[in-house]
Design a protein around this ligand. Structure first.
Ligand SMILES: [Zn+2]
Length: 77
């Protein structure tokens, strides 16, 4: 499973450091809203997830779906 998180770029391996289940606060990351998902949150009763394009602290960019209610990362996409 871990290999899915790795991107090979010019022989250097970058690992997007945000994980599913982690609490995510878009105001503390470089994040821009991408799209909304009609999908149930894994952790609470919310039925909508918000997708963000995020740059992590190492400069790696990824897309994550987060819950607007409990602020936990539900998926990467
Ligand atoms: Zn939730």
């Amino acid at each position: 499973m871990e290999n899915a998180d790795r991107l090979i770029d010019g022989g250097t391996t970058h690992v997007f450091s945000i994980h599913v289940g982690q609490t995510f606060r878009p105001y503390s990351w470089k994040a821009s809203a991408d799209m909304d998902f009609r999908s149930e949150c894994l952790y609470c009763d919310s039925e909508v997830l918000k997708g963000y394009i995020v740059e992590d602290e190492f400069g790696n960019v990824g897309r994550i779906a987060t819950c607007p209610d409990c602020e936990r990362v539900n998926a990467k996409y």
